[in-house]
Design a protein around this ligand. Sequence first.
Ligand code: BGC
Length: 344
Amino acid sequence: MKKKAVYIGMAVLAAGSILWGCQEKEKEAETETREVQIGVAVYNEKDAFISSICEYLGEEIYEYEKSHSGIRIRTEIVDAGGSQQEQNQQIERFVSLEYDLLLVNIVDRTNAAVIIDRASEAGIPLVFFNREPVREDIFRGQEVYYEGSDARQSALLQADIIADTFQEKPEVLDKDGDGMIEFAMLEGESNHQDTLIRSEWVLKGLEERGVPIRKITSATANWERSQAKALVDQWIDEYPGEIELIICNNDDMALGAWEVLEEAKCTDDMQVVGIDGVQEVQELVQKGKILGTVLCDTKLHAKALLSFIDAFAVRETKAEGIELEDERYYMIPMDMIVQEDEVQ
Ligand code: BGC
């Protein structure tokens, strides 16, 4: 691997003293700061979940530097604005600048080979996060990893939130008392692993738990609040009184759905359930306004990325000390966020 760490000499001049008319030689103490360079490429910085990970990463790095004197971690965060071509160029630039580690939130997860081959040729370790390339690609290079959460687990936890409510208080979800939950689903980007797996497994989870459901409609809102708002607005007119639950692949879309229901004053007729556990949704859950969400803690994702920075760029021990599954995967566990009994 190319040489990396940049050393910054910091000359600290000790105050000279005058003795017997002779000037005592000024003492010069020199401390060295080692700088590592991390390239962070995100698919779209407007994405609420991704920007939260980046924000926490900044905080984690700040804390890390405080407790590791002599180490400076420089991160350059670039936004692909949804274009894989743009992201490939950004990675090309990081490689030409000989960065120490690349953290990549890839735009098109089915198209990772170019980036992997480029980083591998240059001997730069690569960590994909949140948007998971296919397994063959992850194992295509020597130092290629994935940091994220298990999409199936998030879906099963979401199914548990719905099933627990249906068992304990069926009237919350089955408004018309026909013994089943009529639902609509707001999906994320169509080729994202979380969209595909969450949409499928939440329904499997409900089936396994014996919850009768009937789909009224579904559509993609690309993870976005504004697109979710437009869809739910349309659904309210199209299916009056039919939908009892809106299952959302993420929290930003859950917020969009909830905002429309609130404006239309039909929050009592329809429930909303999300995934991510963003602060705003957690608060609405605690107020009894959103049924629940699955906490995919963005702070934990940032800490995980920092542990790759620490191992690969600072300590240069490769993956030593990082707890990986299947040699290449760092998975963050999740948890349910549900309403307190008294607010339901
Ligand atoms: C999150 C979404 C986010 C998406 C971006 C998903 O894991 O749940 O909120 O928009 O990743 O890739």
